[in-house]
Design a protein around this ligand. Structure first.
Ligand code: G3I
Length: 365
């Protein structure tokens, strides 16, 4: 008997009571989330509350994604209008939307060197930084305790080029509280929600390029430090914003995943998309090249047993952050096409490649 998991109004009983899928309706197992789930993988990505007003966007998110990550709604800039107040309006609404539709939700991010509220630099100093940091983390994490799959507790603290101390980026939290601020942040988050998976999240760890190699080494050393200090870190978030800065080499990437997994960490592909600025303007050729990057990256990533969560930083080119930043800007002025659906919500070759990568991935334990 074919189990139909489509909502009742989408099927009608046919011959011998067999369910018949009404035309134009996607079978759940033919969606990214459905196909991933068949292999024990969770697919999802960044979602912006403001865009949920767009009916087509909402329908695509609900159809394709099992895990939602607030793109900006859980960042300090959004949550902290003043040093003594919190505004959870947008975060609550997005988390309610996720729960109403049976979606997992992931928190992003509790500490970072971007998107500070305007008051931060004039208010936070060495004398109150620890209190302000721990109060924020405890308040935010406790509010959603038991509801979050995971939290990015520390985001992008490794830096091997710009201002850094031994490969650790010089950020306001590091300057005010020292290297130990990361241990403090993770312990505070763990105390507030012992069930949530706590994640160190970073970028430029995927390609065969010297600076990516230096960053991979520094991230592994940081993860070893956390382990030796007993810092409650459970996973590494590998952002995977794939740029033309280097070639993706599956063997090198798999070797890195092996190192991380050998330290006992689970791995989340947390923000995947493709910067296509060096690809030709022709849509068919460009989409085919983006799809090829998807195929080589996701085949290697999903082959690793420690990778069970696969996230893209958005779903449709219509709302990608890549169209708002200079580093992804195309000289021809055309919009970036780095996500599975185009700006009309049509499935691109990258979508089909990702669907197939899920279908051919080893079953996750
Ligand atoms: O909310 C304000 C709005 O009130 C104002 O009118 C508008 C115009 O300036 O700006 C809005 O804020 C923007 C915010 O996104 C919400 O849309 C910020 O200017 C803009 O900088 C911010 O961009 C976000 C970016 O992080 C900030 O660095 C992107 O949406 C978001 O996709 C991006 O995500 C990061 C991850 O958190 C970490 N990893 C890299 C990734 C890409 O940079």
């Amino acid at each position: 008997m074919i189990q139909s998991d489509a909502p009742a109004n989408l099927t009608r009983r046919g011959f011998l009571g067999m369910p018949i899928l009404l035309s134009g309706v996607t079978r759940p197992s033919d969606t990214l989330q459905g196909r991933a789930a068949l292999r024990g993988i969770t697919y999802g990505g960044a979602v912006a509350y403001a865009h949920l007003q767009d009916r087509d966007y909402r329908a695509a998110v609900l159809r394709e994604m099992k895990m939602l990550v607030p793109e900006n709604e859980l960042k300090w800039e959004s949550l902290r209008p003043s040093p003594t107040t919190y505004d959870f309006t947008k975060a609550d609404a997005l988390i309610r939307f996720a729960r109403v539709h049976g979606k997992h939700i992931r928190g992003h991010c509790l500490t970072w060197h971007h998107q500070f509220p305007r008051w931060y630099t004039s208010v936070v100093h060495a004398g109150n930084a620890s209190h302000i940091l721990t109060d924020h983390i405890a308040t935010v994490v406790r509010r959603y305790a038991g509801q979050m799959h995971s939290w990015d507790v520390v985001n992008e603290q490794v830096e091997t080029w710009e201002a850094n101390v031994d490969g650790i980026r010089v950020t306001p939290w590091l300057t005010l509280l020292g290297y130990g601020y990361m241990d403090l942040a993770f312990r505070t988050a763990h105390a507030a929600d012992p069930q949530a998976l706590l994640v160190y999240n970073d970028y430029a760890l995927e390609l065969n390029a010297d600076w990516h190699a230096a960053r991979r080494q520094r991230v592994v050393r940081l993860l070893q430090d956390f382990k030796s200090q007993g810092t409650p870190v459970h996973a590494l978030g590998i952002q995977s914003h794939l740029t033309p800065d280097g070639v993706f080499d599956p063997a090198i990437f798999t070797n890195f995943l092996n190192h991380v997994a050998a330290l006992g960490y689970t791995i989340i592909i947390s923000e995947m998309d493709v910067v296509d600025k060096t690809f030709p303007a022709d849509i068919a050729r460009r989409d085919a090249m983006v799809a090829d990057v998807y195929r080589r990256f996701w085949t290697a990533a999903l082959a690793h047993p420690a990778v069970k969560v696969a996230l893209t930083w958005g779903l449709t080119d219509k709302y990608t952050w890549l169209n708002t930043v200079r580093m992804a800007h195309r000289a021809d002025g055309l919009s970036v096409r780095g996500l599975p659906l185009d700006d009309q919500y049509h499935k691109k070759p990258a979508y089909e490649v990702l669907l197939n990568a899920f279908a051919t991935a080893p079953m996750k334990k």
